[in-house]
Design a binder for this molecule. Structure first.
Ligand SMILES: *Cc1c(COP(=O)(O)O)cnc(C)c1O
Length: 361
């Protein structure tokens, strides 16, 4: 009887999540104007800030809930615990509320007030981690064990959950949306890596469908992904935190699949900020910092295509929007206080817009 009730709850919870996601339209794919372009190279931005919680993490977290419910790890009274002061916590609170479950995020010190407000807005709770940021995951895991709860471990689980959830992926949407465009099969798709779920999803899609499109990953300073990819040493660690929220990790995570990645482009943080300003300024995209990183990498590829005389399209993933970053990466004072000088990179972008010439270094 109890088993029957548990199965019924799980089936109903899965149905509710699927309905909630089906009610969410595909996020927009918008053209990015290239001032000096001759029209034979098009750049598109996949705007994931249009997800219900403002970030692409909504896809990952929805898939993780589906997975954990099917596994019996989340049941009708299971508190859900996350370890992040980022977009996973906001999406986690959203899905927990949808199912009437308790949600707590253990957040690192210095988590921006905007994110904490987002968690509360979605009906979740947060508590500051008592240990250094690197140990917040352990703390959350222990809290989950104490409460008989489920630890939403996005670095360990998001990639497999997305791969197995059977929902249309970001790659399905991109190819469907490019269908009516002049170059419907892009030359490149560009994204950053946090958990690795998005790059793995795109890379698998390209192989399964036999597309010639290549996958480029942009990687910020201090991240382990570029050195791991360049050296072939899969368990590389820098031990240093990334300054670009959502992407770059002090160590490679299990979702990082170097075999599906064609190119990793290291991007200086000041260049990410310069590109972020351009997006939020003349380009008219209210994007977050990781999209600046992706734009820098995408323009590098556009320049290479121009040089080679290749026509076609480039798609970059805009993982989240500008709002959480008004008092940080979008604030010149904050940028200065971090010792970042975007000016030389802004000059590079300006020259590229005017002449189509890309910096050589
Ligand atoms: C998480 C994140 C990414 C990277 O996605 P993963 O699938 O976790 O690798 C990119 N951009 C932003 C803004 C993110 O939050």
């Amino acid at each position: 009887m109890a088993t029957e009730r548990a199965h019924a709850w799980a089936a109903d919870a899965i149905r509710r999540i699927r309905e909630h996601r089906r009610g969410t339209p595909p996020t927009p794919l918008r053209p990015l104007p290239l001032p000096s372009a001759r029209g034979d190279i098009r750049v598109y931005v996949k705007d994931e800030s249009a997800q219900p919680t403002g970030s692409m993490k909504y896809r990952l977290v929805g898939a993780m809930f589906l997975h954990a419910i099917a596994d019996g790890a989340i049941r009708r009274d299971t508190p859900v615990i996350a370890a992040t002061g980022g977009a996973v916590a906001v999406a986690g609170a959203r899905f927990a509320r949808l199912l009437g479950l308790d949600f707590t995020a253990v957040v690192p010190a210095k988590t921006p007030a905007e994110v904490l407000a987002g968690i509360e807005r979605e009906g979740g709770r947060w508590r500051p981690g008592e240990r250094p940021p690197a140990a917040v995951q352990e703390e959350a895991r222990e809290l989950a064990a104490r409460l008989g709860g489920h630890f939403l471990d996005h670095f360990a689980d998001a990639e497999r959950a997305v791969a197995g959830c059977g929902e249309p992926t970001i790659a399905d949407e991109i190819f469907a949306q490019l269908g009516g465009e002049p170059y419907p099969v892009p030359e490149w798709i560009v994204t950053g890596i946090g958990t690795g779920a998005t790059s793995a999803t795109v890379g698998r899609h390209l192989r399964r469908h036999g597309h010639p499109t290549r996958l480029a990953v942009v990687d910020p300073e201090n991240s382990a992904y570029f050195p791991a990819w360049a050296s072939g040493c899969a368990d590389y660690a820098t031990g240093m935190p990334s300054r670009i929220p959502g992407i770059g990790r002090p160590r490679t995570e299990p979702g990082f699949l170097p075999g599906v990645i064609d190119l990793v482009i290291p991007v200086p943080d000041a260049a990410s900020v310069a590109a972020l300003r351009r997006l939020n300024g003349t380009a008219g995209f209210a994007a977050g910092p990781a999209t600046g990183t992706a734009l820098w990498g995408a323009l590098h590829l556009v320049a290479r295509m121009r040089e080679a005389g290749t026509r076609g399209s480039v798609v970059l993933v805009m993982g989240d929007g500008a709002d959480p970053y008004r008092t940080t990466h979008l604030d010149p004072e904050w940028v200065r206080s971090r010792g970042l000088d975007p000016a030389p990179y802004e000059a590079d972008l300006e020259r590229f817009a005017r002449t189509g010439e890309w910096r050589t270094a």
